[in-house]
Write a protein that binds this ligand. Structure first.
Ligand code: AMP
Ligand code: MG
Ligand code: MG
Length: 220
């Protein structure tokens, strides 16, 4: 069942669902917040089938001990992050994974042939820029592919004509008649569920266009 994905001005060949988990607490979380799970699900933007997955835990350095609240929320255990690589290595591995799947890191004349899909704007608008500020041996600014995204809440609202009210992932799944699979707030499970949302929306005729972006980088 092939459905097309039109994004003006260019046709996207792939969508990459991304959902960070980060250090947190119920009250007064310690700054800086750091990424502890970095997962992605690569989808064909023509068939909406899963092409590949990327997943890594990340070892936080500013606050290396996870709070009980954070462990309970995400299901991520202390041992997962203790044994994990540092953010700089995981970020490099993620870009190597993009390259391995033929996805360019530099836009061509008509942009990139793929885009990230997130649930909300937080992952690429807030968390990744904050992470790059909080850690050494990474660029200060997100590279081009990570500077724009598709917030799945936009096509969801358009498809369901829902102007206001809940747009949490569990709510969106339920509205589209899908069960939440795995554990909510585990990054890889969130990615897989968001990917299922994307596929369901595509099958109903939704198209996927960039909904948010960081300011253009100053030319070097
Ligand atoms: P999510 O993608 O919704 O699982 O959330 C991403 C990150 O946001 C989590 O790893 C937490 O750091 C933070 N977060 C999500 N929900 C909460 C919550 N109810 N209280 C505190 N932090 C949260
Ligand atoms: Mg999320
Ligand atoms: Mg999540």
């Amino acid at each position: 069942n092939v459905v097309s994905c039109v994004s003006m001005p260019r046709l996207l060949d792939h969508l990459i669902v991304l959902d960070f988990e980060a250090t947190c607490d119920d009250v007064n979380p310690k700054a800086p917040q750091e990424i502890i799970e970095f997962p992605s699900v690569l989808l064909s933007a023509h068939t909406f089938e899963v092409v590949a997955e990327f997943e890594s835990f990340v070892r936080p350095v500013h606050h290396p001990v996870l709070t009980p609240f954070c462990r309970e929320l995400t299901g991520i255990e202390q041992a997962h992050v203790d044994g994990a690589p540092l953010f700089a290595d995981v970020f490099a591995a993620h870009q190597a994974w993009l390259t391995q799947h033929g996805l360019p890191l530099e836009p061509g004349a008509d942009g990139l042939p793929y885009a990230f899909v997130t649930c909300g704007d937080w992952d690429l608008k807030t968390m990744l820029p904050a992470q790059l500020q909080a850690c050494d041996e990474v660029p200060n600014e997100p590279p081009a592919p990570y500077r724009q995204w598709i917030n799945v809440k936009h096509p969801f609202r358009a498809a369901t004509k829902q102007k206001r009210g809940a747009t949490g992932m569990p709510h969106m799944l339920e509205k589209l008649g899908l069960e939440l699979e795995g554990r909510h707030h585990r990054g890889i499970d969130d990615c897989r569920n968001i990917a299922r949302l994307v596929r369901a929306l595509a099958q109903q005729g939704s198209t996927f266009e960039i909904t948010g972006a960081l300011p253009a980088l100053a030319p070097v």
